[in-house]
Design a protein around this ligand. Structure first.
Ligand SMILES: Cc1cc2nc3c(=O)[nH]c(=O)nc-3n(C[C@H](O)[C@H](O)[C@H](O)COP(=O)(O)O)c2cc1C
Length: 192
């Protein structure tokens, strides 16, 4: 029989322990964007996950206190910009570094306006225009389900990840070269 577990906080699991465990989870870094015209904002996230291919949907977990949340809810659209490894400065701006807010976070990079009106980053690995299908508000966050309406992608490949509290470049070419460096001497080694 399937028991339905009540929502209780286990006092044995502290916020510190939980954060410590989640630091091991490597996350791809994206900037989500919201709003229209000058009334725009955005934020750095690692919580973007593909939900389904047919139809093309994704989810992102957004703090309900974040400036993007009310705009996403009101306008029913948002952009997902999957960052390239050389876009750490953009990730930092949209995480609130330097106290930048709203439209000021967009300065210094090129943006286009998507069909639904949200800004999409030129030079992102991929930029997806999403329409809100549903928002599930749970605890401090809203789980936003987005239907992907349009995609702009590049042939660039080095991705930006976040792991153990720091940005890490995931570069296929560099990683492959490093693998060769490690594996060639091992293969060449003679067993005596
Ligand atoms: C690498 C990284 C990943 C983040 N991922 C998320 C996330 O998935 N969801 C979220 O709500 N905030 C996330 N944040 C925090 C927001 O980027 C940050 O709180 C931002 O300043 C919120 O925007 P606001 O200042 O306009 O409210 C992340 C921050 C960093 C540095």
């Amino acid at each position: 029989m399937n028991a339905i577990l009540p929502f209780v906080t286990d006092p044995a699991v502290s916020a510190t322990d939980f954060r410590g465990a989640m630091r091991h989870l490597t996350g791809g870094v994206s900037v989500i964007t919201a709003g229209r015209g000058r009334d725009i904002t955005g934020m750095t996230v690692t919580s973007v996950t593909s939900l389904s291919v047919d139809p093309p949907t994704l989810i992102v977990s957004v703090n309900r206190d974040a400036s993007s949340f009310p705009l996403i809810r009101r306008l029913g659209a948002f952009g997902v910009n999957i960052l390239h490894a050389d876009q750490i400065d953009i990730a930092e701006r949209f995480a609130g570094k330097g106290g930048l807010k709203g439209a000021d976070r967009f300065a210094g990079a090129d943006w286009i306006t998507s069909v639904s009106g949200v800004p999409l980053l030129v030079g992102a690995l991929a930029a997806l225009d999403c329409e809100v299908e549903e928002i599930v508000e749970r605890h401090s966050h809203g789980i936003v389900i987005g239907r992907v309406r349009d995609i702009k992608s590049t042939t660039r490949s080095a991705a930006l990840a976040y792991w153990h509290g720091q940005y890490v470049a995931v570069d296929q070419d560099e990683d492959a070269a490093r693998l060769v460096e490690v594996s060639v001497p091992a293969r060449g080694r003679r067993v005596v």
